[in-house]
Design a protein around this ligand. Structure first.
Ligand code: SAJ
Length: 401
């Protein structure tokens, strides 16, 4: 069995490694020559615990080979990003380009699977692209959609143990894809059609977005009402059927802050709640920005000088180095743009340097600042003690005060 993985990013590379580790001959393909070269040397180009030694092993044993172009195989997997364009419209151009790149190599009996998060109907559309170029293959290859659902940081465990949803354009395609995943997935493989599987992925992340929006909305209400939101949520969660998530300074990352738009773009009339959740979570970051700016103004009025401000954390969630779609980064940018003369220290302990922000050590920033805004609850910040002589804006619930 030989399979080609198109896209060696945060999901494609770990899946390729785990599939190779299960004994399948894997060819990993990426258009980025640097990624290919590094992977060929057995060097991991992403941060993911436990994956480096596994990569080295499968490269050394010849089970994983990296290239910039596909080769004839039994199965092809599309694992490339699907960002959004202006107006939050999904951009499936990478999926289409990756699909087109494998078309010359497709043979009768092959399996073709899309894993990239995609709007409903993408798998059917890509089948149309394939058969448009290779009409002789119509009905002779097996096409399916099987979304990834792993949590960065826990990818090895989740790739093996999570259940998978496998949507075939035909029952045969779903069965064929399921027997591929059965080589390395211990979770249950649930078969369905491609459109259901596409929407299922979008719904999983939208569900989390809506739940976080509820927590963020509560934080706004509590702020006005003078109630501690952390205590409120902890108490409400004592109810056996209530499980409210935690508020923060908004929702970031390339999944939860993006995928709901794939639903709202296609079903605008029917997805009011999903759209509102996006607005609430986006608004929460603006609200935090205003809170910081107001605290700075108030400080200046009271003390007759500008405050020193520490903005703590740029990553989109705790203990990672990923700044994509990060609300903390947005807040830091907006605060800095609004007061160009102020003394602002930006802190991100998980990265060494940043091309826009000059980074300060977290202890130094905490010591020096008059106003401290905690944007991301990194573990380093949890070692700091509350100080009554500072104005602390605890947006991510570090002290739960
Ligand atoms: N967040 C909160 N409050 C919470 C939980 C999270 O504000 O109580 C924020 C985080 O700070 C972050 C954002 O939400 O900004 C998203 O973080 P996350 O940990 O919820 O999720 P991701 O983006 O790292 O991964 C999600 C996962 N999806 C679900 O849990 C439904 C993962 O399983 C998916 O595979 C991944 O998206 C993906 O690739 O789609």
């Amino acid at each position: 069995m030989k399979a080609c993985f198109i896209g060696l990013g945060y999901i494609g590379l770990p899946t390729a490694i785990i599939a190779a580790n299960s004994g399948i001959d894997i060819v990993g393909v990426d258009i980025n020559a640097e990624v290919v070269e590094k992977t060929q040397r057995g060097k991991l180009h992403i941060l993911e615990p436990g994956l480096q030694p596994m990569l080295k092993r499968v490269v050394d044993s010849g089970k994983l080979v990296a290239r910039t172009t596909p080769v004839p195989s039994d199965a092809f997997f599309i694992v490339v990003p699907t960002p959004f364009k202006e107006n939050h419209l999904p951009d499936i151009s990478f999926v289409e380009a990756a699909t087109r790149s494998v078309i010359p190599f497709l043979q009768e009996g092959n399996l073709f699977v899309i894993e990239s998060t995609s709007p409903v109907g993408t798998t059917e559309a890509m089948a149309g692209v394939i058969y448009g170029e290779r009409p002789e293959l119509k009905g002779k290859i097996h096409i399916a959609y099987c979304p990834e659902r792993v949590l960065p940081g826990n990818v090895i465990y989740e790739l093996i143990h999570n259940d998978r949803v496998i949507g075939g354009l035909t029952d045969d395609a779903a069965n064929k894809a399921a027997s591929f995943y059965a080589h390395f997935v211990l979770g249950t493989l649930h078969k369905t059609n491609a459109r259901t599987a596409e929407l299922c992925k979008l719904v999983e992340n939208s569900s989390r977005d809506v739940q976080i929006a509820f927590a963020n909305e509560l934080s706004l209400i509590c702020d006005k009402a003078g109630i501690n939101v952390w205590e409120l949520i902890a108490l409400a969660n004592k109810h056996p059927r209530v499980n409210i998530l935690q508020p923060g300074c908004g929702v970031g990352g390339h999944c939860i802050a993006v995928d709901p738009y794939f639903i709202t773009a296609a079903f605008p009339q029917e997805s009011k709640l999903i759209a509102t959740a996006r607005q609430v979570n986006n608004y929460k970051a603006e609200w935090c920005t205003e809170k910081v700016k107001n605290a700075m103004l108030k400080f200046e009025l009271l003390n007759g000088r500008k405050p020193k401000v520490a903005l703590m954390g740029l990553a989109f969630k705790p203990d990672i180095d990923d700044l994509r779609e990060s609300p903390s980064k947005r807040i830091a940018t907006q605060v800095m743009q609004s007061c160009n003369n102020a003394d602002i220290m930006v802190v991100e302990p998980n990265i060494d340097q940043h091309k826009v922000f000059k980074l300060t050590d977290y202890r130094e920033a905490y010591d020096r600042a008059d106003i401290v805004a905690f944007l991301t609850a990194h573990k380093q910040f949890k070692t700091l003690e509350w100080r009554d002589n500072k104005i602390i804006l605890d947006f991510c619930g570090l002290f739960k005060k």
